[in-house]
Design a protein around this ligand. Structure first.
Ligand code: BTN
Length: 335
């Protein structure tokens, strides 16, 4: 039996409710129903109904006669209105699609990209029922615990340089994790972000090309934020920010921080500052200088010392016979 999930929003009138959230967040104390009603050109009863809808999805809002409404607590959800309220980006996340539950945010992003959605749009899921990892793996995506998001990009760059999208996303995730949790995060080529040597974040970049140009790229980012050890059962090489920090981390702040970082790193990429991206990546690298085993998608294996990245973002490996091997994809393990 096929299951169809209702997506996008659980709220009947999202734009009005987003505006009310904006008012409540930015108010100093109480804001009167009359004031909101006038600004939104709605009746006070309509505002009251919307406030009740917001309460149903977890907003705690106090109402007092003659004073109006005051926001007491927000739900632990990555709602567009909460992210956009103070997001400082030029391109990334200026439009956000939110799905309480879907198969995979990458799949939703792909549908939107094929329909012409603009570069920078972000698709966020609270839960994924078929979260995708690289090379056909599954990305466990329990409800409300992690960040599962995809970004639609349309970079005007040669498909050979595609690795840079993953590198940009990895340094953005590592930086955001550090800022929001204080934990030192490291990147492992090609797409992992590690905490204490264990994977806390993975990136899946999918590409649609036409002739020799990128039509669109979907960068899917999964961050294990508030997963408990029991949520990661069977995933011995995985960890979460909560496990490492021994305390919860705000998914909302981490999402904003990641999007802001990606916005500036992606701007570097569009200006062809490839060297700067490589430098930033090297600063948080867990791979370079280490003895590693690289395994290609076709099963070929090479062992040696990782010495750096080339101009396409591929990994350079000094083999034991002194030759340098350029690794373009596959998996890397640190020995
Ligand atoms: C990997 O490390 O193998 C990549 C994992 C990528 C997971 C993210 S979660 C958001 C987006 N949607 C998916 O289905 N996958 C990516």
């Amino acid at each position: 039996m096929q299951t169809h999930y209702r997506v996008h929003t659980e709220r009947a009138d999202q734009p009005a409710e987003d505006k009310i959230i904006h008012h409540l967040i930015n108010a100093q104390g109480y804001v009167s129903g009359e004031e909101i009603a006038q600004e939104l050109r709605m009746s006070r009863t309509a505002i009251w109904n919307h406030v009740n809808n917001l309460k149903k999805i977890g907003f705690r809002i106090e109402s007092r006669p003659h004073l109006g409404y005051q926001l007491v607590a927000i739900p632990d959800r990555l709602l567009p209105a909460l992210i956009l309220n103070s997001l400082k980006t030029k391109l990334i996340g200026r439009k956000i699609f939110h799905y309480p539950r879907t198969t995979s945010s990458n799949d939703e992003a792909e549908k939107l990209a094929r329909m012409g959605e603009h570069e920078g749009a972000v698709i966020i899921a609270e839960e994924q029922t078929s979260g995708k990892g690289r090379v056909g793996r599954v990305w466990h995506s329990p409800k409300g615990k992690g960040i599962y998001l995809s970004v639609i990009l349309r970079p005007q760059m040669p498909p050979a340089r595609i690795s840079f999208l993953t590198l940009c996303s990895a340094i953005s995730a590592a930086g955001a994790i550090h800022r929001c949790s204080g934990l030192r995060a490291f990147v492992k080529w090609p797409n992992d972000v590690l905490l204490s040597g264990k994977k806390a974040c993975g990136i899946l970049t999918e590409l649609a090309t036409e002739a020799d140009r990128i039509n669109y790229a979907i960068v899917g980012v999964g961050i294990n934020v508030n997963q408990e050890i029991s949520d990661l059962a069977g995933l011995t090489m995985a960890t979460s920010l909560k496990i490492e920090k021994r305390g919860e981390v705000s998914r909302l702040e981490l999402t904003k921080s990641f999007l802001e970082s990606l916005d500036s790193n992606y701007a570097l990429l569009l200006h062809e500052h490839y060297g700067e991206i490589i430098d930033r990546w090297l600063q948080v690298s867990e791979t370079i200088g280490k003895r590693i085993l690289a395994e290609s998608l076709s099963g070929e294996k090479w062992e040696g010392v990782a010495t750096g990245l080339d101009e396409d973002g591929c990994l350079l490996l000094r083999l034991d016979n002194g030759m340098t091997k350029r690794i373009t994809g596959g998996d890397v393990s640190i020995l």
